[in-house]
Write a protein that binds this ligand. Structure first.
Ligand SMILES: Nc1nc2c(ncn2[C@@H]2O[C@H](COP(=O)(O)OP(=O)(O)OP(=O)(O)O)[C@@H](O)[C@H]2O)c(=O)[nH]1
Ligand SMILES: [Mg+2]
Length: 356
């Protein structure tokens, strides 16, 4: 039995006996389809994260040794991702993502890894892993509406009638989800007023926890009712704008003695998990009860500074001759959570099954 099929059996969210009849169709429909979907409400930091994730990806490509392959292929579609990356490197936040129009072409990313060896003079790639992130940077409004629709969908036919391509891509073929949570919207941390979630899309709550729980419920319901949809193998929580949590994080660190400095790459998964459980109680309980096997947490941030003349927030750029890194690595680069972004890329790789 192929390893990935065994993994599906072991890790699936549904009981094994319900899935036996489904194995053949899963194999036929989706061999090697490793899809991750990024989910986050409006203004939760998706575009900023994606831009610096791609910047980190470029740096990883630069650093990849000759006997390995790491590729990150960007299909921009109607998005402006390559521009956003350069704007970030220049210290500017990307603009709010435009809502998709009927004619828009959806963006997407493809991550690829392989080992390279030479046998009898032939270059051979082995252990290839490919992961697709089909809708890389949707507007929060589109995602929220999509999830609202997914909630109402019962059959694949319904999905086709509503908006087949998007619903199918986002839920049917995803086996992992990257939840984007903004640190400033985490609820209940003393002395930090929460930033409310925008509520201009019908049914959205001002609270992140309510929105995530509803999204998760919609996805799970859909997957339970559609046997061709792969089970959820993993969820990654990215806590964006982690820098805004600095005062409270430092306080937690001072009182508990556990590393909780936003810029400290040594924070344990356990500490991060405790923060997410405490601030997103309904979502965390739902994830736990679904027994999703692989849940990981990633802080993410860019360092910002207010321009004294314009009052505008800018991303802090590295100075060319700043100590600690080579001068050419400092050029055209910003201060951001690079080490954590590389861990996100590792997690993306871990969610993948070998395809060749
Ligand atoms: N300080 C700080 N602010 C951030 C960070 N990430 C995002 N922000 C702020 O949050 C705003 C929204 O971020 P975006 O990435 O555009 O949010 P989005 O999820 O793409 O939003 P939509 O496109 O509307 O769905 C940014 O313009 C910044 O002001 C961060 O790491 N640090
Ligand atoms: Mg955006």
């Amino acid at each position: 039995m192929p390893l990935w099929q065994t993994a599906k059996d072991i890790l699936g969210v549904e009981p094994r006996q319900q899935k036996v009849g489904q194995i053949g169709s899963l194999l036929d429909a989706d061999t090697g389809q490793n899809r991750i979907t990024m989910i986050g409400t409006q203004g939760s930091g998706k575009s900023v994260l994606l831009s610096h994730l791609l910047i980190a990806g470029d740096r990883l490509v630069e650093k990849t040794p000759a006997d390995k392959i790491f590729r990150l292929l960007v299909n921009e579609g109607s998005s402006n991702l390559e521009h956003d990356k350069c704007a970030m490197r220049a210290g500017n936040f990307p603009p709010k993502t435009a809502k998709l129009k009927a004619t828009s072409i959806e963006p997407g990313l493809t991550f690829e890894w392989a080992n390279v060896s030479t046998v009898l003079g032939q270059r051979i790639e082995t252990g290839k892993k490919v992961v697709k992130m089909p809708i890389a940077d949707l507007a929060g409004e589109d995602l929220c509406q999509l999830i609202e629709k997914v909630n109402a969908v019962r059959t694949l036919q319904d999905a086709e009638q509503l908006n087949a391509q998007r619903v199918t891509n986002i839920v049917t073929q995803s086996s992992a989800f990257l939840f984007i949570v903004k640190a400033s919207r985490l609820q209940g941390l003393d002395d930090v007023p929460i930033e409310e979630e925008p509520t201009d899309v019908n049914g959205m709550s001002i609270y992140s926890d309510a929105n995530f729980k509803r999204m998760l419920d919609g996805i799970v319901r859909y997957k339970r009712q559609n046997r061709n949809s792969p089970p959820i193998r993993s969820i990654g929580f990215v806590i964006t704008a982690w820098d805004t949590l600095e005062p409270v994080a430092k306080q937690i660190q001072a009182i508990t003695g556990e590393p909780f400095d936003p810029t400290d790459a040594k924070i344990s998964q356990e500490s991060l998990g405790r923060l997410v459980t405490a601030c997103l109680r309904s979502t965390s309980a739902a994830i736990k009860s679904l027994e999703i096997p692989n849940v990981k947490y990633f802080p993410s941030w860019v360092e910002t500074k207010k321009d004294v003349t314009t009052g505008k927030e800018h991303i802090v750029r590295n100075q060319m001759f700043e100590p600690g890194r080579r001068w050419d690595e400092n050029v055209n680069s910003i201060k951001y959570s690079e080490a954590w972004d590389w861990r996100i890329i590792d997690w993306i790789k871990e969610t993948a099954t070998v395809t060749g």
